[in-house]
Ligand binder design. Structure first.
Ligand code: SAH
Length: 493
């Protein structure tokens, strides 16, 4: 979830397919009705999970970025495989009525906002349909209009103003065009070439301003940018997080090594230019990896956390802790999770994958007792601190893998009325699903950022004695193809 949205690394292509070795590629091209570089006319019949148009031309499938369902386009074939190919959009012959002019001038190079060319109501409708399709295809569930006849998939909960929603920016650093200057922006789509950028329309303005300030200051002080190829240089990434309610800002400088010359001067200048900064930390990552953060975090100035508020609950957030990036929508998502939990005040609830205890504390206001578990130790420290900060005494937290800690809780005699899970993109560990089935809670609330692993896990829970009642998609990432879901399951007997 960390990399959802704009400032993410080169996107991966999740689709499998024909092996493209020399002979295999030649054989594939021979089978296909088209040659590379050929101009074709395609009718667009759908959108893939990463926002590409699915085109049909002479019965052959072509993936065409930027094309929308219902459109007819002229495209240039770029790559041909046995069953499908890729083509580049050349001309719109018939445009979709849902097509809009993208707000961002560089959205094509960036690729972070895959749906900017689609009108917002159509984005929401596509997300609902995408979730329903996954439930049917992967989860083998029946999607129904009415409760009782199958799973009801609600309309996607959208934003009034679907821009400027992100509270966090994670920006790669490289050498700029001018001598000694830095480039900070995003990786050009499908590569690790850094494109400089000053503004991102889905970022909170305060993040954009802070990133611009850090870029200028670090350039002035001659901080050397990291070079991925050689492994030399220092500054790898800058992460900025704003508490949108409190206005507090955290700056994280991710460096290739512990030594950061002029660290004090750097921190002083950042505070001068952006007085709302309350925390400046350095994180050391010396590994050659796509992961942004390393293990060691050093506070250079100020607090080691910033604070934010969701629905009247205050949260301390440290550099490496997970915290949802769209706070306005997060409140809607968590309220839905609490609603699905059906609490009366006496229940015992387990919150698996609890992060800094956000959902746990929302639940604790309405439950008897809440147990949260999370794998990142700093996040659990934050969670315990957050319970105390809010005077919430009925929540307890433990660090460790959910699939190990929850079976142990069960052996210790903890019986849950409700289990909430909110796993990363890969979904729940199989051992955790087994434990949930064995614990037989009345309800399971499944919060998911990936409809395909959600559908897979719902099938396991269905076969284990639960019924999926309802799924509500929540638009946490407008303009992108990402969709979050909150689902309610009840025990069948
Ligand atoms: N519910 C939280 C966090 C959700 S993100 C919120 O809404 O803020 C998913 C979390 O799962 C991350 O904090 C990640 O560190 C954690 N995680 C990943 N694998 C885990 C595992 N095996 N056991 C427990 N937590 C895990």
């Amino acid at each position: 979830m960390q990399n959802s949205g704009k400032h993410k690394g080169g996107r991966g292509r999740a689709r499998g397919g024909t092996r493209s070795g020399g002979t295999a590629a030649a054989a594939a091209a021979a089978d296909a009705p088209f040659q590379k570089n050929e101009q074709v006319v395609a009718d667009i019949i759908g959108l893939t999970h990463d926002g590409e148009g699915v085109g049909r031309a002479d019965g052959f499938t072509l993936f065409i970025q930027g094309a929308l369902p219902g459109e007819r386009v002229r495209a240039k074939v770029m790559k041909v495989k046995k069953q499908y190919g890729y083509a580049r959009l050349e001309e719109l012959l018939e445009a979709s009525p849902d097509r809009v002019q993208p707000l961002c001038p560089i959205h094509k190079e960036c690729g972070g906002c895959q749906l900017q060319h689609l009108d917002y109501p159509a984005q929401l409708a596509w997300k609902r349909q995408h979730v329903a399709d996954n439930l049917t295809r992967i989860g083998k569930l029946t999607v129904a209009e009415e409760a009782g006849e199958g799973v009801v998939v609600r309309d996607t909960v959208g934003m009034d103003e679907p821009w400027r929603y992100r509270n966090k920016a994670a920006v790669p650093v490289g050498a700029g065009a001018e001598e000694d200057g830095l480039a900070m922006g995003f990786y050009a789509q499908g590569s690790h070439r850094i494109i400089d950028m000053d503004e991102c329309h889905i970022q909170d303005e305060r993040n954009d301003e802070t990133i611009r300030a850090v870029k200028r200051i670090a350039s002035e002080l001659g901080v050397p940018p990291y070079d991925e190829e050689s492994g030399r240089g220092l500054l790898r990434h800058v992460v900025v997080r704003t508490g949108v309610v409190t206005g507090e800002i955290m700056v994280v400088l991710i460096t290739n090594g512990r030594k950061l010359p002029q660290a004090d001067r750097l921190a002083e200048r950042i505070r001068e230019v952006v007085p709302a900064v309350k925390s400046i930390v350095q994180n050391v990552n010396e590994r050659s990896t796509n992961a942004i953060f390393g293990e060691e975090t050093i506070t250079l100035w100020g607090s080691d956390v910033i604070y934010d508020e969701l629905d009247g609950i205050r949260f301390a957030i440290s550099a490496r802790s997970f915290y949802q990036v769209n706070p306005a929508q997060t409140v809607k998502l968590y309220r839905k999770a609490v609603d699905y939990a059906g609490l009366t005040g006496s229940e015992t609830v387990i919150d698996a994958y609890c992060g800094i205890g956000t959902i746990s504390l929302f639940l604790a206001r309405r439950a008897g007792r809440v147990y949260g578990v999370e794998i990142v130790p700093e996040a659990i420290e934050d969670a315990a601190r957050n319970a105390e900060l809010n005077g919430i005494a009925n929540a307890a937290f433990e660090a460790g893998p959910a699939e190990v800690v929850i079976p142990r809780w069960r052996e210790e005699g903890i019986a849950a009325d409700v289990i909430v899970v909110d796993p990363p993109r890969k979904g729940c560990d199989a051992a955790l699903l087994e434990t949930i089935i064995a614990m037989r809670p009345e309800r399971v609330v499944y919060v998911s950022c990936n409809p395909s692993t959600l559908a897979r896990d719902l099938r396991v829970l269905e076969d284990g004695g639960f019924r999926t009642v309802e799924v509500t998609p929540v638009d946490m990432f407008p303009q992108t193809m990402h969709v979050e879901c909150c689902s309610l399951l009840v025990r069948k007997d």
